[in-house]
Design a protein around this ligand. Structure first.
Ligand code: PYC
Length: 318
């Protein structure tokens, strides 16, 4: 029996290339009005326990990315969305947007065609295709710094690029790395070492923004893919998908290096073997609009129960 003051939160779960998204369709906090980035700050300041309750154990897991639907401030958008994870909030989420579109289609709220979505870091456009795939036109993406050297605790020097694809990434080409699922512990450890080295060296994104995603690139064993990656997310989990914002950051760098021309398809394989297809459209200021195409599948329709008597009503946090 559900206690009278238990809060009920309706969620739809999906996965995009193996990476889960949990869309909150009702029962979320009232964040008031105003631009989505302001509402994200209200979410962080006043309702952070809701974030943790929805994505963390015992109702979720470290891997889940949450998506809170919001009334858009931009009236031309069909919805606003705030993405969050086990430790906080992210700007954009590529796999999450693909999951969100498939979820809204599952609910009968949208059909095929292009849909404008407002995120805290800008407007994106997501097309639900007849095939069921989703093609996302992301926020303007760019390289902030090329060939940055950082020294790990081991003394090893690592070189990478700092780039924006809706989140901040440090991208490292590691052609000889063993980017296999069997090696994720070592890869995660390397990712953390790089994050710590970036922090020690004071390497940031624009305006001192923290670089909270690390992306390692190696060779794909597949003849139909250009590269394989491993992405360490802010809360220590690795992205099961090829990472939409990470692939956006990658193609922005490739474009700047003259290795990818507008319209050319880049096939990015992720660590579990799923693939996103990416292209770029060049903007006048040197940035690009990346498009990311992938598939998502709905996995559950659930009601989360937040019983105030539950000692873990706000989720398990470390
Ligand atoms: O697909 O952009 C993405 C993403 C970011 C963090 C996890 N997935």
């Amino acid at each position: 029996m559900v206690a009278i003051d238990t809060r009920i939160v309706e969620v739809i779960d999906s996965h995009t290339g193996g990476e889960p998204t949990r869309v909150v369709v009702s029962g979320g906090p009232d964040l008031g009005s105003g631009p989505i980035f302001e509402r994200r700050e209200r979410f962080r300041a006043e309702h952070d326990n809701f974030r943790s309750a929805v994505v963390n154990e015992p109702r979720g897991s470290d891997v889940i990315v949450g998506a809170l639907l919001c009334e858009p401030f931009d009236k031309a958008s069909m919805t606003g969305v705030i993405f969050f994870n086990n430790v906080g909030y992210i700007g954009m989420c590529g796999h999450g947007t693909i999951g969100l579109v498939v979820t809204l289609a599952h609910l009968g709220r949208i059909g095929t065609g292009t849909h404008r979505i407002e995120t805290p870091v800008g407007i994106v456009e997501a097309a639900l295709l007849d095939s069921g795939k989703v093609r996302l036109a992301n926020v303007p993406s760019f390289r902030h710094e090329k060939d940055v050297h950082v020294r790990l605790e081991s003394g090893q020097l690592v070189t990478g690029d700092v780039a924006w694809g809706g989140n901040w990434f440090f991208l490292v080409d590691d052609p000889d790395a063993d980017l296999s699922l069997a090696n994720v512990e070592q890869l995660s450890d390397r990712g953390w070492q790089i994050r710590r080295a970036l922090a020690r060296a004071g390497v940031t994104g624009a305006d001192g923004a923290e670089i909270d995603h690390v992306e390692l690139f190696g060779r794909s064993q597949r003849s139909d893919c250009d590269s394989r990656n491993f992405v360490l997310c802010p809360g220590g989990q690795y992205d099961r998908s090829p990472c939409g914002t990470g692939t956006s950051a990658k193609v922005a760098c490739l474009y700047e290096d003259g290795k990818l021309v507008p319209g050319q398809v880049w096939r990015q394989e992720g660590i579990v073997g799923t693939v996103f297809e990416a292209t770029v459209k060049a903007l006048d200021d040197g940035k690009v609009i990346p498009t990311i195409q992938g598939s998502a599948y709905v996995t559950a329709e659930s009601r989360l129960l937040l019983d105030p008597r539950d000692p873990f009503v706000g989720g398990l946090t470390s």
